[in-house]
Design a protein around this ligand. Structure first.
Ligand code: TMP
Length: 193
């Protein structure tokens, strides 16, 4: 089973995914930007203000994703793991969409990779998210309250349109993780049917 966990910066994805991985058998955790060469280019260059045009970000994130899927996700799914990725296509729709790239364009350049069986959105108030990010260090390219408000609106609109579960991530990580585990277990049971 292939699962994507999404949400704005500071929504607690990393902590929650680590908790979820402890509660379920045979979980493989991964993330985007990936650890591959295009992921590194994103982290070391594009996310440090290297690009002025959000289309370039969209193309790089999509290229990283295709490579990540083929190199890491697909083989782990074949080995029978539950693969949980922190961020996937919905991150590009929400962030590059908020930066002005048309959603149809983002969908098209991401149409090469399969959709996850399940996408879960961790939802938190952007002001609270920025507070959390500041507490752990300095702010990066997309970590601005006004920008994150636009990102959140797109995530929530997509969740409504696509039927993605939205979890209140303003609560302690343990509680959020419990809800995520319950959703995954339900989805696994309905896949088996
Ligand atoms: P991270 O903070 O979760 O490691 O992600 C790095 C940043 O990259 C984060 O601000 C979200 C952004 N991002 C996009 O803008 N588009 C994407 O497709 C992905 C995967 C991440």
């Amino acid at each position: 089973m292939f699962i994507a966990v999404e949400g704005i910066d500071g929504s607690g994805k990393t902590t929650v995914i680590a908790e979820v991985a402890k509660a379920l058998p045979r979980v493989y955790v991964t993330r985007e930007p990936s650890g591959g060469p295009i992921g590194r280019l994103l982290k070391e260059w594009a996310l440090r203000g290297g690009t002025a045009d959000p289309h370039v970000d969209a193309l790089l994130f999509a290229a990283d994703r295709v490579e990540h899927y083929k190199r890491e996700i697909e083989p782990k799914l074949r080995e029978g793991y539950i693969v949980i990725t922190e961020r996937y296509v919905e991150s590009s729709i929400a962030y590059q969409g908020a930066a002005g790239v048309p959603i149809e364009y983002i969908l098209y350049i991401n149409s090469v990779v399969p959709r996850p069986h399940l996408t879960i959105i961790l939802d938190v108030d952007p002001a609270e998210a920025v507070k959390r990010i500041k507490a752990r260090g300095s702010l990066e390219k997309f970590e601005d309250v006004e920008f994150l408000r636009r990102v959140r609106e797109i995530y929530l609109a997509r969740a409504r349109a696509e039927g993605y579960p939205v979890i209140d991530a303003g609560r302690p990580a343990g509680e959020v993780a419990k809800d995520v585990v319950a959703i995954i277990e339900r989805a696994m049971a309905s896949l088996r049917r």
